[in-house]
Unconditional design. Structure first.
Length: 170
């Protein structure tokens, strides 16, 4: 498989959109992210021949685009804060404030790396190997991050705090 076909891209589109939405938590930003991902994929088709899977290749591009965008955003916010004196120039999105579902709220508190892995493996159905390839990390890292994410979600679900509570000594 060395060329991207329109049919393959159409089949992957809903998966890419869902993954982008979970990463960005903003429908408009997710749409832009998918568009830039596909643009990059079509301009770099020759790299697909070396990859095992179109699916993991596209998820990898999308994730990299997201990480690059987050870095640019943080850099911009730091520069902006120098001029305005404001420590946090961007307010939390309305969508984040309106999340009522406890599991989604817990999920959104996970670090981006853990959230991305859970999405790729649990929602998108990628194997550990495909997820490792998509995120360009070792297989062992996939397993340890996934384990930490699942344990943290389980703790939060059971109401156990993530850090040990302090005890009062008499």
């Amino acid at each position: 498989m060395s060329k991207l076909s329109e049919q393959e891209v159409r089949e992957m589109l809903p998966h890419l959109q869902r993954f982008a939405l979970w990463l960005t938590r903003n429908p408009h930003a997710a749409e832009d992210l998918v568009q830039s991902c596909l643009e990059k994929a079509f301009t770099r088709e020759r790299n697909l021949a070396a990859r095992e899977s179109l699916r993991s290749w596209l998820f990898s591009i999308l994730y990299r685009q997201f990480i690059d965008g987050e870095r640019r955003k943080r850099r911009y916010q730091r520069i902006l804060s120098l001029f305005t004196g404001d420590e946090h120039p961007v307010a939390a999105s309305t969508e984040e404030m309106l999340i009522n579902d406890d599991m989604l709220a817990m999920f959104s508190q996970l670090p981006v790396e853990q959230r991305a892995l859970l999405l790729l493996i649990s929602v998108e159905g990628l194997s550990y190997k495909e997820a490792a390839e998509s995120l360009d990390i070792p297989l062992g890292t996939v397993m340890s991050r996934l384990s930490r994410a699942r344990k943290q979600l389980q703790k939060w679900d059971e109401g156990t705090p993530s850090t040990p509570a302090l005890r009062r000594l008499k």
